[in-house]
Design a protein around this ligand. Sequence first.
Ligand code: SF4
Ligand code: SF4
Length: 434
Amino acid sequence: MTECPQQSTNQGRLPGAKVAVEPDNHTGSKQWGQLAAKPGGRRFIRQMQGQRRLVMIRAMQEENSRAGAGGRLADSQGTYAGIVNRIKGFGQELGFASIGIARADVSAAAPWLMRWLALGRHGEMDYMAKHASLRAAPQQLFPGVLSVISARLPYWPVAADAFHVLGDSKLAYVSRYALGRDYHKTVRHRLQKLADHVRHEAEAIETLEREMPFACRVFSDSAPVMETDFACQSGIAWRGKHTLSLTRGGSWHFLGEIYTTLPLPADVPMADHCGDCRRCLDACPTGAIVAPYEVDARLCISYLTIELKGAIPVALRPSIGNRIYGCDDCQLCCPWNRFAEMGDADFAVRNGLDATPLTTLFAWNEDDFNTRLAGSAIRRIGHQRWLRNIAVALGNADSSPAVVQALAARRDDPSPLLREHVGWALNQHRQPSA
Ligand code: SF4
Ligand code: SF4
């Protein structure tokens, strides 16, 4: 996803699964009442109210300061508007498709995060629960933050046709975002350049005009940040019913954020253009989109193949088909992706991962896996889970001597996890007795 959920330091954590997991905020504060009834709900609401107050106080301080400065009001507004224009221009030079500004306030979306967690829809992603308060309170994660600069970088690569690969059970399907270079570093590197530019702009403002010392921090799926919510608030996307960020140029993009203490003027949120469409809900192979704007990660193939550490539930294995790392079905079916922007060259396909036979990938030993996937987000799941996923796909493949032979070669693997999945897969190819 996705989302994507992340820990405060990204060290030792899996890449963003692009599991569509961030909560919907369409009905906003109506959820406060339900939340208050939950254990810890009142404490959380108090935290959120405190955060909202802080943002309002900052806004009032800004207004008072401007009013007190009399004729400086227009100058100040002009100064920050000019900065935003230059930030956006520089962002485009760095390859970002769009840049928007949001206030550092997610209080409308936070109750949905708590509800999603309370329902257990995050599955084994314990970091989502552990860092919920940081995710829901940007000021706790980065004290003094007033504005969030949200950036969007497209990744749709030139690759073998996705539908063709999904329809050929001999081939492995890898989610489009993971076919090339690991996005964490690429997005972060560019955001850092943008942040350097923001710092340069901030230094040019008279100290008198600034509310507080300048500071900023960049995030690329690397900390508990509600990135989709900020993208929507900042007007660079809307949230599709699959819960991922979406634009008229499609949904094949990464998001990144810069938290800053600068009081930048916020952009207007983008209108939702999903309308009556519900193709993503109907296309999901496992029914993980349980309602518009609501995903149960425990059912999502991205979660099952990337985030889940143990055995993949047997009942869900047939629906996984040949998807060995992530799933794109809810995006492939989306009408807005007919107009998909081409992705950045940094995300070009590597190692032929867009259409490689399952049996070839299943034969990779651990050295092959680590060497060939160096610099790829896939490497973080480790060789064992990689083989686990391919075993399931081979179990779903059309029967052939090559498929059965490949599975049989790993029947006695030292890993109990892999042995169990291989056993299941071999069973799928047993002829029913007459
Ligand atoms: S189609 Fe369903 S299973 Fe696949 S990524 Fe979307 S929500 Fe997850
Ligand atoms: S498939 Fe339809 S409902 Fe789903 S995100 Fe795209 S436009 Fe929205």
